[in-house]
Design a protein around this ligand. Sequence first.
Ligand code: AMP
Ligand code: ZN
Length: 110
Amino acid sequence: MENCIFCKIIRQEAPADVVYETEELLAFKDISPKAPVHVLVVPKKHLTSLDDLSAEDLQLAGKLLLGIKEVAARLGVSGGYKVLTNCGRAAGQVVDHLHFHLLAGKQFDF
Ligand code: AMP
Ligand code: ZN
């Protein structure tokens, strides 16, 4: 996707503080962190949101979940983190490339 900021990060056309990468996934620090640990885990394949996921993405969906777990372990927050994805404007989605927020290091009221 030409103008998608996360696709640009994946293509290394935009900067990011990458914490984890596989053939299919990228994890990088959120530019505007809402917690001491705030990382975004994204598929390299452009999917707009969870609504865009289909049966052909079954393996990718599993790899995303395992990737989130792996990032949490690497950041030393296993057993104490929150995972969140916003789907659509009504839920607060701003960037239209599927991403999971991995948050840790504070008390959350949601
Ligand atoms: P959402 O509201 O779920 O779409 O969240 C989008 C998230 O992406 C926000 O937390 C932003 O701070 C974050 N974000 C937007 N642009 C960038 C960027 N260039 N690098 C890192 N994080 C970004
Ligand atoms: Zn994209």
